[in-house]
Design a protein around this ligand. Structure first.
Ligand code: ADP
Length: 372
């Protein structure tokens, strides 16, 4: 963005003193007035010197200033632009000189409290004298945070995929030599169990990856039909109790139908019941109930496991969010299962809720509109 004392030719020139309180919009910048007032994006009027002549609320909130602050002490580009962008800003001024506009690019602004805010910025000059124009800014903190979490996720998954594979190979080699050496049945069983254990870990990670890929592939368009939700959950209960060797109680009053997508609802069942198993002791109960309540289908998955504390309970549905101590208890996941569940249930016009007591257990409840 324009910088203190940088002239249109990129050389230094004396700073022009302009009033920051110019309320009137002239012809050339008037076309942006409606957008300015809408506060959909941050807009600042500028003389392309160092002065910010006027800024809308959206712009001020990106950099953390109030209207009063702005009136007391006008903002300048050099106040809000980190020095590391000086070179880029100069190049962008050249672009502005050449084309009368700056194609949006990413940079950062300095917030009033000192932290930097990632922004997407662009500008348009009123004419080729570059005496006035507008600059646009969009706060992209959330996108950047999501990108960071996604990178972490890929890092965790790649690392975690490799670890069980290496261990599996070690134990498989060991198993082969043990067979060749005629080792005891117990020793052979120990190695075989370790291979199976590592395969379970791989299975969780690959399921997470598939869940994510499937979810993104069908984000808003999965076909809906009448689904017997009790039958759908029962199938997952019987598959999981067979695979995991855990006893899961299943209670269902009668045939309850919702409008939904059978595969996606099975995916939700799989995530919630797997979590109930993973985050509880191998001997404790897991109970799945399907019932009608106040014109809705209510499905609950209850466990008597580790539970979730108050600080974390509101965050567990966020993408990539995991509670650290979960690692001590269960095999590592990637923190996307519940996020996907919530998105799928939202798509079905329903709700997903959780009640939990630390150390006692959790109940996840889904409410879905009944088939009308
Ligand atoms: P993952 O289990 O793969 O980490 P999820 O999105 O399914 O990802 O869950 C997010 C976090 O919520 C988990 O890391 C865990 O800490 C917590 N959690 C989920 N289900 C339960 C449960 N039944 N009991 C206790 N904690 C749970």
């Amino acid at each position: 963005m324009p910088k203190k004392g940088i002239s249109k030719k990129g050389s230094r020139k004396p700073k022009r003193v302009l009033s920051p309180f110019m309320d009137l919009w002239d012809e050339t910048t008037f076309k942006y007035k409606a957008l300015f007032d809408s506060n959909m994006i941050g807009i600042a009027r500028t003389d392309f010197n160092d002065a910010i002549l006027d800024a809308n609320e959206a712009f001020l909130s990106i950099v953390g200033y109030t209207r009063e602050d702005f009136k007391k002490k006008p903002l300048t580009w050099s106040m809000i632009s980190p020095r590391k962008y000086d070179k880029v800003d100069l190049e962008k001024m050249d672009e502005l000189l050449k084309n009368q506009r700056i194609v949006p690019f990413e940079k950062e602004y300095i917030h009033k409290d000192g932290h930097t805010v990632p922004v997407l910025v662009g500008a348009e000059a009123a004419d080729n004298t570059l005496s006035k124009g507008v600059s646009f800014a969009l706060d992209i903190s959330e996108i950047k945070e999501l990108e960071r979490k996604k990178d972490d996720f890929i890092g965790i998954v790649s690392h975690e995929l490799k670890t069980p594979l290496t261990i599996m190979k070690l134990y498989a080699d060991f198993l082969r030599t043990s067979i060749e050496d005629g080792k005891s049945k117990e020793e052979l069983l120990e190695s075989a169990n370790e291979v199976i254990n590592q395969m379970d870990k791989l299975n969780i990670l690959i399921t997470d990856l598939l869940n994510m890929a499937r979810y993104h592939g069908t984000e808003s368009t999965f076909p809906m039909s009448a689904v017997n939700v009790g039958r759908c959950f029962k199938k997952v209960v019987s598959d999981l109790s067979r695979i995991q060797g855990r006893k899961i109680a299943f209670i269902c009053e009668d045939a309850i139908y919702v409008t939904g997508n059978q595969d996606r609802l099975s995916q939700v069942a799989m995530n919630l019941i797997s979590n109930a198993i993973r985050y509880s002791n191998g001997t404790s109960k897991v109970v799945v109930r399907v019932a009608k309540n106040k014109g809705q289908a209510c499905i609950s998955v209850q466990d008597y496991g580790m539970g979730i504390d108050k600080e974390n309970i509101d965050r567990i549905f966020e993408r990539y969010y995991r509670i650290n101590h979960a690692d001590d208890y269960a095999q590592k996941g990637a923190g996307i299962g519940l996020y996907i569940c919530r998105e799928i249930i939202k798509y079905h016009g329903g709700n997903i809720l959780v009640k939990s007591t630390l150390g006692k257990g959790s109940t996840f409840t889904i409410e879905l509109p009944l088939l009308s």
